[in-house]
Write a new protein. Structure first.
Length: 220
């Protein structure tokens, strides 16, 4: 263990002023230096990758029909706006018609030339989802890209969560993805092309207090 006097001449007189406790930690725990070095090595390529991605030319979706569940608000709506701006025909799927109409108006306000359809469905109900896809394809053509963005969370302490809360989380966040995938993938397979993406969450990998029902559903 280093004393105050032995620490200061060796570390704290450096150009970067360090807290005494941190000085001692650095000098007595070699693994800390390893972590610092690893962070420095990782930071450079990560920064470079972020820079390259930020300069990438935006992908064109011209002539593509993109269907988005949870498209009436939040992440789904923003995805819809980005796709429409890049030339996509967009179908928004959500439970509430009034929110869908408002979302459609929002997309058209950003891209007046866009073609935007809306279909009501609860993603936890397979029959409703299948019907929404069928009607959406009748209106705007086969779905080329499907983005499963619908989701729900119930932030509560574990002891306050009910059985129904856990069931609902699985029905929306897991079976909601299964249901839309089952509805769009057969057509994509027949046509020999198509893309499918599902929006997940950091909660699937990093535990958060209050999300004991939500996190496992996102992992699934």
């Amino acid at each position: 263990v280093l004393s105050h006097s032995s620490c200061r001449p060796r570390a704290c007189t450096a150009p970067l002023t360090m807290d005494l406790a941190f000085c001692t930690l650095l000098l007595t725990q070699p693994f800390v230096w390893l972590l610092v070095a690893a962070a420095a090595v990782i930071q450079s390529p990560v920064t470079m990758l972020a820079s390259l991605l930020s300069r990438r030319k935006p992908r064109s979706f011209s002539g593509r029909h993109v269907l988005i569940t949870g498209g009436s608000e939040g992440i789904g709506l923003e995805i819809a706006k980005q796709c429409a701006a890049r030339g996509a025909t967009v179908t928004l799927v959500a439970r509430t018609r009034s929110k869908l109409d408002a979302a459609r108006a929002s997309v058209l306000a950003a891209t007046p030339s866009a073609k935007v359809g809306v279909q009501t469905a609860d993603v936890s109900q397979a029959a409703q989802v299948a019907q929404a896809v069928e009607l959406g394809e009748k209106e705007l053509g086969p779905v080329d890209v499907c983005i499963a963005s619908a989701g729900a969370s119930i932030p509560k302490y574990f002891e306050d969560l009910t059985h129904d809360d856990f069931v609902m989380m699985m029905n929306v966040n897991y079976f909601g993805v299964v249901n839309i995938a089952k509805a769009v993938l057969p057509g994509m397979v027949r046509r020999g092309e198509g893309q499918f993406a599902a929006v997940s969450s950091m909660a699937a990998n990093v535990p958060f207090i209050g999300y004991a029902a939500y996190a496992p559903a996102k992992v699934a």
